[in-house]
Every structure is written in C-alpha cells, then in structure tokens.
Design a protein around this ligand. Structure first.
Ligand code: IMO
Ligand code: MG
Length: 424
C-alpha cells in the first residue's frame, strides 16, 4: 500500500528529513510531481545531502527509488545529482527507476522560465528558474518531450524540431533572445540520453506490481499545498499538484491504494519568491527566525521570508489532502522567543474569515487574527520523549492541534535522523 507525504505550507517544511526518517519502513520511495525546483535536505552522520530530483530515500542501500511520470526531469540536473551521490559512495544504479512518460526539461525551458518571469514585470513570480512551469506548459500544450521520446534518437530529433519551431519564434520575435539550433541540443544531450537510458522503465506497471506483491511505497511530495496550481495562492504557485491527489496521477496508482497521508508542517511559516503571506514577520523577529532556522533556499540560496504559524492554512491543507497525521518540524528554532503567535483567522473589511480565501484580493489585504502563547528558553533539540518536553512547548503543540483539528504524531527538533520525538 501507499503512504503519501505532503507539504502543508509553501514548501520547505522539512519533507526531506521526514522522508529519510520514514523510508526505513518502506520498500520504495517515489517522487510524483515537481522537478529540480525541490530542495530536500537530509542530514546523516553530520553529512548534509540536498536532493532535487532523486527521492530522499536513496541514502538507504536497499531501497528502490522512483521518479514518477508526474515529475519533470532535467537530465543535466539528474546526472549531476547521480554523480554527486556516487562521489559520496552512494550507489544509484539498480536502485533508481525513471518513468518513460515523465516529461523532460530542455535548455529552452530553462531560458524561457527566466525570461518569462522577467517579462511579467510587476507580476513576477520569483520562480526557481529551473524550467519547471515551462516544461509543464509544453506537456499540456502537447509539444512536450517525454523520457521515452528523449532516449529514442529519431523521435527526439523530430519532436525537438517541432518544439523549437515555436520557441525560436518567441525568442526571435518577442523576447529578443538568441535562437537555438536543434542539432546543437541533439548533440549536447547525446551523453545524457546514454546515461539516463538504463534507468528508464514503465514505472506505473512496476509500482502496481510491487503493490500487488505487498511492498510498501512512500510517495514523496515536493513543494507544498499553497504552491499547488489548483489550491495554492494562484498565480504565485508552482505548475504542478503537490497535494496528495497528485500522487495518483503522478505515479499511475489508484486512489484505492493510498492508505495513509502524512502532512509535514513547520512550527512557523516560510515562503520563497513572491506572493501573499499574511503571517509574515517583517521586523527583527522575522530576521531572527531566518537566522536560527537557517532559512535560505536549498535550491537557489535565496533568503526565505519568515512568519508565524498560520493554523487557518494548515487546517485547509489537512482537508484537501485528507491528512491523517502531522509531523511538526523545526520546533527547536522557536526556543528563546518570549511570545509565540499563531494565526487563527483573518479579518477583511471588518468581517471575520475562518477559512483560507481563494480571492487574492482578500488574502493579500486581510489582517491576521492571532492567539499568543508563552515561549520557552530550554534547548529542546535533544529531548527524546514528549512527556519530558517543557510545559510551554507542549502548550504550543496542543494549541496547534486544537486549531488545525488533526493530531501531531511526531515532532522534529533538529536536522539529524535521530532528532524526532514520537508524541503518542
Ligand atoms: P521543496 O520541495 C519552496 C516556489 C518558488 C516560486 C514558486 C514557483 O523544497 O519544498 P517554480 O520554479 O516552481 O515555477 O517557482 O514556487 N518553489 C518552492 N518554494 N520550496 C520548494 O520546494 C519550491 N519549489 C518551488 O520559489 O515562488
Ligand atoms: Mg526545500
């Protein structure tokens, strides 16, 4: 059966650490959406690994990792990651499988991603520049190139020419960028085609066979609920469906096979790039969170915007994802704050709103209704049991549970594998 791990905020909730922690009890770890825009950090034996495309379970010698059809794959980023792992003594061959029907990110997607965002002017999104939105656009525009097409020389050349016909028109006539030659890309990617071929299979058939055999699959979401193209803070979102339902589409498994859904929530909130963020803290406290929490993007290095925990958002995430339990991360970062606030609702033009509004006008201009709890001074990073935690820490956790209506099952208090407390 399948367990899905999803982000309940704007990404960077600590999904990498959670996946690495949970992976031990699973046979297969599979990514279902997003691409190299993800930055999943795992720390093992004091060594830090950052994954962009490869599932965060790859560090275990006997686990199978799958990059599903819902992911957009940049062969350059993938090969870089494989080499980086090999250099660190981590074997990838025979452990990694890539979906034949996943779409491939090519140079023009990356160029267009950056140029388009610049041309958006005031509507700039602050994308990661990894060619994510532009690859998905081509997928839906039906001029995308899938992995199976990419590794077939004839098909690749044919499809590349068709795609470039249109892209070059845009580059030449509209963006005033240099045009790209299909032959050049074809040659440049020869090496990538050869290297990637050995990982390519029909992952939908593979995963369903494994489910039949009774194997356990962990589906690793990238980004988070509020970056979801349908449910996030549109247009300040990514171009895929990070929510749990995305796992069925992005892996080719039936909703009937999903057994459990785990939400990952950071004990406060962060966001990278543009877009509304009601609980954002723009003063010294926000700066302090960024510094203590080391809130800098794992993919782009950009400073993350920081703010208080927004229970209204996480509550909505619990509903649309069907979350069974929450893993609360980075709670240790909140040590030393005199008071800690929790957003519990919004006020707009005198009216109280108790849910996450889809209207960007309301969400961008609302006032947050906060509740406050007392902070704590104790360093909690080495606590092993929930019972022992300081009173105020438990009060904060229980307040969050009360506001989101879902139980917190585990609490992460640091980046290392062992720094996690089981609540029950
Ligand atoms: P993980 O998996 C946080 C943000 C970008 C930008 C918006 C659109 O590490 O949680 P895109 O390049 O996807 O078109 O950019 O989405 N974004 C993320 N923010 N964590 C991520 O991934 C993100 N992936 C994309 O900053 O605002
Ligand atoms: Mg990240």
């Amino acid at each position: 059966m399948v367990t899905v791990v999803v982000g309940t905020q704007w990404g960077d909730e600590g999904k990498g650490k959670v996946i690495d922690y949970l992976a031990e009890k699973f046979d297969i770890i599979a990514r279902y959406q997003g691409g190299a825009n993800a930055g999943h950090t795992v720390v093992v034996n004091k060594k830090k690994y950052i994954f962009h495309l490869i599932p965060s379970g790859i560090l275990y010698p006997k686990k199978i990792c799958v990059i599903g059809n819902g992911v957009v794959i940049d062969p350059v980023a993938l090969l870089e990651e494989i080499q980086y792992l090999k250099k660190n003594g981590i074997e990838v061959e025979s452990k990694l499988f890539i979906a034949e029907n996943a779409h491939v990110t090519l140079p023009y997607h990356k160029i267009l991603d950056k140029v388009e965002d610049k041309f958006r002017g005031k509507g700039q999104l602050g994308t990661t520049g990894r060619g994510i939105g532009t690859t998905y656009t081509d997928k839906f525009g039906r001029i995308g190139i899938r992995v199976i097409d990419f590794i077939d020389e004839d098909v690749f050349m044919e499809k590349l020419k068709i795609a470039l016909e249109l892209k070059n028109y845009l580059f030449r006539e509209y963006y005033k960028e240099e045009i790209l030659k299909p032959e050049k890309i074809f040659d440049e990617y020869k090496h990538y085609r050869k290297e990637i071929k050995k990982f390519v299979i029909n992952t939908a058939v593979f995963l369903n066979e494994k489910i039949e055999e009774g194997k356990k699959i962990l589906a690793e979401g990238a980004q988070g609920t509020f970056l979801d193209i349908d449910f996030g803070t549109y247009p300040y979102v990514t171009a895929s469906n990070p929510i749990s339902g995305g796992a069925c589409i992005g892996l080719g498994i039936s909703p009937k096979k999903i057994e459990k859904i785990i939400g990952v929530a950071k004990a406060y909130t962060t966001r990278v790039g543009m877009g509304p963020f009601p609980t954002e803290i723009k003063d010294d406290i926000g700066e302090k969170l960024r510094k203590i929490g080391n809130e800098f993007g794992a993919t782009t290095g950009r400073p993350r915007r920081c703010g208080w925990f927004d229970a209204t958002l996480v509550k909505f995430a619990c509903i649309v994802n069907g979350i069974d339990e929450i893993i609360l991360t980075k709670l240790d970062v909140l040590t030393g704050f005199e008071k800690i606030k929790i957003g519990v609702g919004y006020k707009y033009k005198g009216e109280i709103i108790n849910f996450y509004p889809f209207s960007s006008k309301i969400f961008s201009n609302c006032e947050v209704i906060y509740e406050e709890v007392e902070g704590w001074e104790d360093d909690i990073s080495d606590f092993k049991s929930y019972k022992e935690l300081p009173k105020n820490v438990k009060k904060y956790i229980e307040k969050i549970e009360e506001k989101i209506g879902i139980k917190i099952a585990k609490i992460s208090t640091g980046s290392a594998r062992g720094q996690i407390i089981e609540k029950n």
